[in-house]
Design a protein around this ligand. Structure first.
Ligand SMILES: NC(=O)c1ccc[n+]([C@@H]2O[C@H](COP(=O)([O-])OP(=O)(O)OC[C@H]3O[C@@H](n4cnc5c(N)ncnc54)[C@H](OP(=O)(O)O)[C@@H]3O)[C@@H](O)[C@H]2O)c1
Length: 359
């Protein structure tokens, strides 16, 4: 169930039996609290109706990194990261967008600079599927030493019809959406953990898997199912948001970690992924005109990134309406994401695979 945030129903934060919390919402708070002596605030019910990009407060002087921000509009499709970066820059933030295609990156950065001339905007080339490339990118970022105020882990792929492997030997969707972002975020910790306060947004999807993650199937699925591979990575994004928040609270990092999803949007995800003959491709061809544009899909991601009242370990997305749209607000995570042991196990496994430890 998804719902809008309504004003004036903040339940007491000192009780385990929190009036007004659904079982799932209670589990969501508990998932963050588990393993930590810190009490996590329960969900805030502040008004977010009618929230739009005009509500983004000034971000002058702040710095954002948006992975996958080079999807500037071509015809009627564009990328969610591009519109997220664009609006952050319009709000005054300096923004780095980072992904693989340098020509598209340069053009996206140019277009964003044109729309937000007071902001510093640049493109960094790197490949999330290649841990050496991730490492080189994060070394460039850390050697510059500029603290990151907002990190939007947005880049993502849906698999093609046949399985592809990364240079490190992992299924490509998992390597991009999960492992690469895990390694990158951990290596950027020196730019985030010491404050003043960094918001980390893990981009998930309403397609997130409902069943618990199976690690080996995730790394090397056999037989290959591109849809299931994608859905697993989106459940993992929820779990990583919760687990990073839990660790942040336990270690005293100045990081708030949340998950978000855009609903559905007309982007390059399907054309660049399973293509026109897949189930998703056919749907895009026949119903694509009804899909909201990426500009609209970016709104919940911007909400999760900039809304001052966002709660660590929580999940933000559209709250209803046709084609999974509507004003942004709090959403319920998958129940499978709310098992603290599962999230901790995923974290440990990713540490082992990537060789990256957060701290
Ligand atoms: N569109 C939807 O309806 C929808 C729904 C739910 C969730 N999402 C999520 O939203 C996020 C953005 O997707 P989108 O729909 O905007 O798709 P998109 O237009 O295809 O954008 C994906 C971005 O990821 C980058 N990327 C892909 N592989 C990469 C790699 N190996 N290393 C670095 N960057 C890489 C791409 O740039 P390069 O090609 O230059 O690398 C591109 O900028 C994804 O996480 C997706 O799962 C989308």
């Amino acid at each position: 169930m998804q719902r809008k945030l309504g004003r004036g129903s903040v339940p007491p934060s000192s009780s385990n039996e929190r009036p007004g919390l659904s079982r799932r919402r209670f589990l969501q708070s508990s998932a963050v609290t588990a393993g930590s002596t810190l009490l996590v605030g329960c969900s805030t019910r502040s008004q977010a109706e009618d929230w739009g990009v005009a509500n983004i407060p000034s971000h002058a002087g702040r710095y954002a990194l948006v992975t996958g921000g080079n999807g500037y509009p071509i015809g009627d499709i564009s990328g969610l990261g591009y519109h997220t970066a664009l609006q952050l820059a319009r709000a005054g933030a300096d923004v780095t967008i980072a992904s693989r295609k340098a020509d598209r990156g340069a053009e996206a950065a140019r277009l964003i600079r044109e729309a937000a001339p007071d902001s510093e905007v640049r493109f960094e080339q790197f490949d999330l599927t290649d841990l050496a490339s991730v490492n080189a990118f994060t070394e460039r970022m850390t050697s510059e030493g500029r603290p990151i105020d907002m990190l939007v882990n947005n880049a993502g792929v849906m698999g093609r019809l046949s399985m592809e492997l990364s240079v490190d030997g992992h299924e490509r969707v998992f390597a991009t959406n999960t492992l690469g972002h895990f390694a990158m975020t951990g290596q950027l910790m020196p730019l985030m953990r010491d404050g003043p306060e960094t918001r980390v947004v893990w981009v998930s999807s309403s397609r997130a898997a409902r069943e618990p993650l199976d690690f080996e199937t995730m790394r090397l699925p056999d037989p290959y199912d591109y849809g299931a591979a994608y859905n697993y990575t989106k459940l993992a994004a929820m779990e990583l948001a919760i687990e990073m928040e839990r660790r942040s609270r336990a270690a005293g990092w100045a990081i708030t970690s949340v998950a978000a999803h855009p609903g559905v949007a007309r982007t390059h995800l399907i054309p660049d992924g399973p293509g026109p003959n897949s189930m998703e491709g056919r749907r895009l061809r026949t119903m694509g005109a009804m899909f909201p544009p990426a500009e609209e899909g970016a709104v919940p991601l911007l909400f999760a990134t900039t809304w001052p009242e966002a709660q660590g370990g929580h999940y933000y997305g559209p709250t209803g309406g046709p084609m999974r749209s509507g004003p942004p607000g709090e959403n319920d995570m998958r129940e499978a994401a709310l098992d603290p042991e599962a999230s901790a196990a995923l974290w440990t496994w990713l540490e082992e695979l990537s060789g990256v430890k957060y701290g």
